[in-house]
Design a protein around this ligand. Structure first.
Ligand code: LLP
Length: 388
């Protein structure tokens, strides 16, 4: 095994574990690839800050010229603090508080991505009381199956997100009445970690159908926002450090029917940042059982909750034994007092011993940002490629 982590092994050995290691060169190469794929197209990216709100990651995103997709007032404030222009900040979420709506209004954000008729009415009232007009994209639930984990599926009727198509006539009535709402576009987001690109083709077809309903009423839309969701290769990260953005955007080139002058917006999160980080952890103990041998790490679900929460797979590598054959099977677990604190069962690794450094790969998205201090553990430490 030889990759951007094995190169850093001797530097890693002198650091206190566990920590997230970020390779911002890889991040910047990924962002460059995205930019190359959308050049000369009416496409715009709002990075989904929920995937990773680390300031240095955000600096790279800003340098790439992307906007931001937010889901809370604090995410809006963080984006502003990092210097993102408010005209490039979208704000989604089924449960925006009045306080959060007022933050968005104060800063004249790009759009409130409105998820219910009631929210639209409240937004109109609050905008009126502030003497503002709220720029809005209506989030529609397209009822398209994302074929991904049910916890990260968002575009089905059974999900809580967006306005359902059968509410459209009520929506049109409301839009005609509300004086402080400026309709800018339509918003969709059907789920995350989508590897089957035909799902996005289905989304395009549904967007085209729904867009006709607006056109039939002479309602003009400056943009369509198709959300995020492009998946990454968790199984073999080194085989695909940069996701196939060409194929992804090609689906939209081929199937979305934009009206003249209309822009297409994307809210990519995971696909931009996931491969750029790994969680590095030390083996505390190797505990031999009758059927199972446990590798017990000093990182746990507090640093990376995805395996415990979604049974998600992250590749585990023994960096200290990079040249040895993967001849042994282990359950790789953390130290937290929860049986779900397990990074993977029956993981094939080189023979592993106390003190070895393990990398848990593809943790740049929904890793650091979802970490917690449960068991009063310390914040995860962070290192960047140019610091060590
Ligand atoms: N736009 C909206 C409205 C979203 O809700 C999301 C993610 C995104 C964009 C970005 O999606 P992405 O490109 O990252 O797939 N914690 C979960 C993922 C939750 C995703 C929530 N929404 C995980 O660790 O897999």
């Amino acid at each position: 095994m030889n990759n951007f982590l094995t190169e850093k092994l001797s530097a890693f050995q002198s650091l206190e574990t566990p920590f997230y290691y970020y390779d911002l060169n890889l991040l910047e190469q990924t962002l460059t690839k995205v930019k190359e794929e959308i050049v000369n197209k009416p496409y715009h990216i709002h990075y989904a800050i929920k995937a990773n709100a680390n300031s240095r990651v955000l600096k790279s995103i800003k340098k790439a010229g992307f906007g931001i997709d937010t889901v809370s007032g604090n995410e809006i404030l963080k984006a502003l603090e990092m210097g993102f222009d408010s005209s490039m900040i979208a704000f989604a979420g089924v449960g925006k508080t009045d306080k959060e709506i007022l933050i968005g209004l104060k800063h004249d954000i790009f759009t409130f991505n409105v998820e219910s008729l009631e929210e639209l009415k409240i937004l109109d009232q609050l905008a009126g009381s502030e003497g503002k007009k709220a720029a809005v994209a209506i989030r529609l639930n397209p009822n398209v199956n994302a074929n991904t984990h049910h916890y990260i599926t968002t575009g089905l009727e059974e999900n809580k997100f967006g306005i359902n198509p059968w509410e459209l006539s009520q929506l049109f009535d409301l839009l005609a009445q509300l004086k402080n709402i400026e309709l800018k576009g339509l918003h969709f987001h059907i789920g995350s970690q989508i590897r089957d690109l035909s799902v996005f083709k289905n989304l395009c077809n549904r967007v085209n159908e729904l867009q006709k309903e607006f056109k039939a009423r002479n309602i003009s839309l400056e943009h369509i926002n198709v959300g995020g969701g492009l998946g990454v290769n968790y199984q073999e990260p080194d085989a695909e450090l940069i996701p196939d953005f060409k194929a992804f955007f090609q689906v939209f080139d081929d199937f979305i029917e934009l009206l003249p002058g209309q822009e297409l917006h994307f809210e990519l999160g995971r696909s931009l940042v996931a491969q750029s980080a790994a969680l590095i952890s030390k083996v505390l103990f190797v505990k031999k059982g009758i059927k199972t041998n446990f590798v017990i790490l000093d990182a746990g679900m507090t640093e990376l909750i995805r395996p415990a929460l979604y049974q998600s797979f992250h590749k585990v590598e023994n960096l200290s034994k990079a040249d040895a054959p993967s001849s042994h099977f282990y359950d790789v677990v953390g130290p937290i007092c929860e049986s779900s604190d397990c990074f993977g069962k029956n993981i094939q690794l080189a023979e592993t011993e106390r003190g070895d450094l393990l990398a848990i790969r593809t943790t740049g998205a929904y890793g650091e940002v979802m970490s917690s201090n449960y068991n009063l553990r310390e914040d995860a430490k962070i290192y960047f490629h140019d610091e060590i």
